[in-house]
Design a binder for this molecule. Structure first.
Ligand code: PNW
Length: 474
């Protein structure tokens, strides 16, 4: 693998947009203020703080519920075109249910935020769901109960009604894989259900139907008047074959289909990837299941979900190596996929996020794979970033940013990949899920020991600022 340290001298195209991202539970705090109820994160971390490495939680986080004006100033000074943030379902509908009482204080908070952004010329981009399900709905099984679909679609529709006059960019879900596989089949994210080989698939099924219905609702009722766009964001590694063998190549392609195609194949091409359907049907049968552990869509659902996007949101951080695996002792996504995931020891590793290596060329390969596989849809990078520890001289984040953007430019100019914009994760250091406050993703450092949650821009903040204003890598 060729590693070039030469940065690209291409310019970013005229219409290319830059942004920065956060998520409600990770920054807002004010977990019980103004009528907000517990999400699955509040509930689980209060019950068992040990889920998190430093026993942190989002009770206060960056206190952005109170410090949103300061956040807007930082975003404006950075010079980005848009700000991607998420709305907390529990602030809008404390009970979670469709048709339940709306919480005016929550509605007002996001009105202030949206209006404040627009006043500074920053485009708001809203993630409708970034992992913080109302705990009240989890009592009924959360994403594993199909009644979630009506509740989610009602919530999404309410946001279109409340904010759609000003918000023109909507992301229905952030990272279905993490919501479902990590949350329902494993114990990496709330609600920590650990229902291996079953829960994740049921969750994903209900989530995809929810996405499709929300997209169609917007299309039918709001699109003509509001003129906005609706998308879904999935996380994707680039999977590189571990070696040259056909079996490694096949494993890497299978990995792309299982990790990413699981969600994007239904949304772009209709239904789950054929390889997933075949393998899970066959393995389920061998295990003695009378039907596949992978649920089946009706023809109507396939058509409803197919084409439910105006652009593709891609969260990309890192690359992994794939080879074949036949290890198996219980029904599991990993056995279904038959993929063994490793990494190259030569890659530069993040000191605070064990899964994160700096592999810039992986982004270019991923963009080319998406172009081939899905017929070059418009792609917005909705997250990309590096995790450090504290300190303002974040030179590793600076080289990560420069090198990933350099590969992005090559994908646009040399490969004609249809990439429309880039979003850096994150504006601020924030609550990094099970890593608590130990893994810092911010362009801006936050002092979590200070009750004021003081914000200080890092070196990378200035570097990104200059990239945006000069429209090239410097
Ligand atoms: C994203 N992986 O999650 C989330 O959208 C953010 O909330 C989070 O803070 C950020 O990335 C940093 O972790 C990821 O397996 C989950 O490579 C999993 C992976 C990457 C990102």
């Amino acid at each position: 693998q060729l590693v070039s340290t030469e940065l690209s001298s291409y310019n970013f195209p005229e219409n290319f947009v830059f942004g920065v991202a956060t998520a409600a539970y990770q920054i807002e705090g004010a977990f019980n203020e103004d009528g907000k109820t517990d999400s699955i994160w509040d509930y689980n971390l209060h019950k068992k703080p040990d889920w998190v490495i430093d026993q942190g939680n989002g009770d206060v986080a960056c206190d952005s519920y109170h410090k949103w004006e300061e956040d807007i100033q930082l975003i404006a000074n950075l010079g980005v075109d848009f700000y991607r943030f998420s709305i907390a379902w529990t602030r809008i509908f404390p009970s979670g249910y469709a048709g339940s009482k709306i919480n005016d204080a929550g509605v007002i908070y996001y009105n202030k935020l949206i209006d404040g952004l627009l006043a500074k010329g920053i485009t708001p981009m809203v993630t409708i769901y970034h992992w913080d399900l109302p705990q009240n709905l989890q009592r009924n099984g959360g994403w594993m109960n199909e009644t979630i679909v009506d509740n989610y679609v009602f919530y999404a529709r309410t946001l279109f009604e409340l904010y759609g006059d000003r918000v023109k960019h909507w992301i229905t879900f952030n990272e279905p894989f993490q919501i479902c596989e990590s949350g329902y089949s494993e114990t990496d994210l709330a609600p920590f259900l650990n229902d291996s080989g079953v829960g994740g698939y049921i969750c994903a099924h209900n989530l995809l139907i929810s996405h499709g219905r929300a997209y169609r609702e917007y299309e039918r009722t709001f699109k003509q008047n509001q003129g906005g766009k609706v998308a879904i964001t999935a996380h994707s590694f680039w999977f590189e074959p571990q070696g040259e063998s056909d079996s490694d190549r096949a494993a890497a392609e299978r990995a792309m289909q299982f990790w990413y195609g699981w969600f994007m194949h239904p949304v772009i091409k209709g239904n789950y990837p054929p390889i997933m359907i075949e393998r899970i049907d066959e393995i389920s049968q061998k295990e003695g299941f009378q039907k596949s552990r992978l649920p089946k869509f009706t023809e109507g659902q396939i058509e409803m979900i197919r084409g439910s996007f105006d652009f593709i949101g891609v969260n990309h951080y890192t690359t992994a190596l794939a080879s074949i695996s036949n290890n198996f002792n219980e029904p599991s996504f990993y056995f279904d996929g038959g993929v063994n995931r490793t990494e190259d020891s030569n890659w530069v590793k993040s000191s605070t996020s064990t899964w994160l290596n700096k592999v810039p060329w992986g982004l270019r390969k991923l963009l080319n794979w998406i172009k081939q596989e899905y017929n070059n849809p418009p792609v917005l990078i909705t997250e990309n970033g590096w995790s450090s520890s504290t300190g303002l001289e974040d030179s590793r984040r600076v080289s990560y940013l420069n090198e990933y953007l350099s590969e992005l430019l090559k994908a646009i100019h040399e490969d004609e990949c249809n990439v429309i914009g880039y979003t850096h994760w994150s504006l601020l250091d924030n609550f990094e899920w099970l890593k608590g406050y130990t893994a810092r993703f911010g362009l801006v450092e936050v002092d979590f020991n200070n009750p004021d949650r003081t914000r200080t821009p890092r070196k990378s903040y200035g570097v990104y600022q200059k990239i945006i204003s000069s429209r090239k890598i410097n």
